[in-house]
Design a protein around this ligand. Structure first.
Ligand code: NAD
Length: 287
C-alpha cells in the first residue's frame, strides 16, 4: 500500500457518518482512531464497520484479507486526547450544532501538531464560522461525505476564504486515496448539494400539501421523468424530516429565500413524530 497523505486519521463521532468515514479511511490503509462520548456509542459504530465489511466479503466485493487488515487499522477510544494523539487529519461528525463543532475543534487544536488538517462533515453550517473559533482557521476544510459513506462516491470539499491552498491540495490527494470523486465548493449556506437537494425536497412537500399528486407519484415523476435514483420525498424520509426541517429553516434565513421555508405539512409531521425511515413512518410506511 503506498504512503498516504494522512497516515494517521482521527474521526470524532461514531454515528451514521463517523463510522462510515472511519471505514473508508482504514480500508485505504490509514491508521484510524474513532472517538465517541460513551462506550455504547463507540461500540455501535465499530460494530457497523464490522458488519459492513462482513457484508462486503459475503458479496465478494471485499477480500477477507482487506477486511481483516482494515479492522486491525481501526481502533476506538472514549478519551479525546488518546483519539487525536498524532493525528495528521481530524474529521468531526458530531451533531449539526455550530457551537458544538466550534468547541470541539478549539479543544482539539492544542492537542495536535500545527500541520494537522481539520475536516468538518457539516451538511449546511458555515465552515468559516466553525473555523472561526480556532487560532489557525486556515487548516479547516469542509469534508461533506454522503450516506452510506462506503458506497457514495461524492466528497464535497468546502473551502472558506482563509483555507490554505496546501490543505486543499492534501485533501484532493486524500479524496483519491479513499476512492471518492471530489467537487470543490465555496462556503455558501448549504454548499452545492444540500442547497439544491433541500430546495427540491421542500417544493415536493408543498406539492403534496396542495394536493397536486400523491407522494408516490411525485417521486415517480422525478425517478422516471428525470432519472433521479430516488424521489425527493423518499429521500426526505431517508434523511429525516427533522434534520431537513432544521436545514430548511437555516437556508431560508441565511439565503433570504422563502423557497427553503419548511411547509406547514412538514412541521406537523415532525410534531407528530413522523420523522421518516428512522421513525418507521414519514411520507412512506417503513415498517
Ligand atoms: P449521528 O447522530 O448519527 O452521530 C453523531 C455522533 O456524535 C453520535 O454517536 C454522538 O454520540 C456523537 N457525539 C455527540 N456529541 C459529541 C461530542 N461532543 N464529541 C464526540 N462525539 C459526540 O449523526 P450523523 O448523521 O452521523 O451526522 C453527523 C454530522 O454529519 C452532522 O453534522 C450532519 O449534518 C452531517 N451529515 C449527516 C448525513 C446523514 O445522512 N446522516 C449526511 C451528510 C452529513
Amino acid at each position: 500500500m503506498p504512503d498516504n497523505t494522512f497516515p494517521n486519521v482521527a474521526i470524532v463521532g461514531a454515528g451514521t457518518m463517523g463510522h462510515g468515514i472511519a471505514q473508508v479511511c482504514a480500508m485505504a490503509g490509514m491508521e484510524v482512531r474513532l472517538f465517541d462520548l460513551s462506550d455504547d456509542a463507540l461500540q455501535r459504530g465499530l460494530d457497523h464497520v464490522h458488519a459492513n465489511l462482513d457484508k462486503g466479503v459475503s458479496r465478494g466485493k471485499v477480500s477477507e484479507d482487506l477486511r481483516d487488515e482494515t479492522l486491525m487499522r481501526l481502533a476506538g477510544s472514549t478519551v479525546l486526547e488518546t483519539a487525536v494523539d498524532g493525528a495528521d487529519l481530524v474529521i468531526e461528525a458530531v451533531p449539526e450544532v455550530l457551537s458544538l463543532k466550534q468547541e470541539l475543534f478549539a479543544t482539539i487544536e492544542p492537542l495536535v501538531d500545527e500541520g494537522t488538517v481539520f475536516g468538518t462533515n457539516t451538511s449546511s453550517l458555515s465552515v468559516g464560522a466553525i473555523a472561526g473559533a480556532m487560532s489557525r482557521p486556515e487548516v479547516v476544510v469542509g469534508l461533506h461525505f454522503f450516506n452510506p459513506v462506503h458506497i457514495m462516491k461524492l466528497l464535497e470539499v468546502v473551502t472558506h476564504p482563509t483555507t490554505a491552498d496546501d490543505a486543499v491540495d492534501r485533501i484532493q490527494t486524500f479524496g483519491k486515496e479513499i476512492g471518492k470523486d471530489c467537487i470543490y465548493v465555496k462556503d455558501f449556506p448549504g454548499f452545492a448539494t444540500s442547497r439544491l437537494g433541500v430546495c427540491l425536497g421542500m417544493e415536493a412537500i408543498r406539492m403534496v400539501e396542495q394536493g397536486v399528486a400523491s407522494a408516490e407519484d411525485i417521486d415517480t415523476a422525478m425517478v422516471l421523468g428525470y432519472r433521479h435514483p430516488v424521489g425527493p420525498l423518499k429521500l426526505t424520509d431517508m434523511v429525516g424530516l427533522d434534520v431537513r426541517l432544521h436545514i430548511g429553516e437555516y437556508l431560508a434565513r441565511e439565503l433570504n429565500n422563502s423557497a427553503f421555508e419548511p411547509p406547514q405539512l412538514m412541521r406537523e409531521m415532525v410534531k407528530d413524530g413522523r420523522l421518516g425511515k428512522k421513525a418507521g413512518r414519514g411520507f412512506y410506511d417503513w415498517e
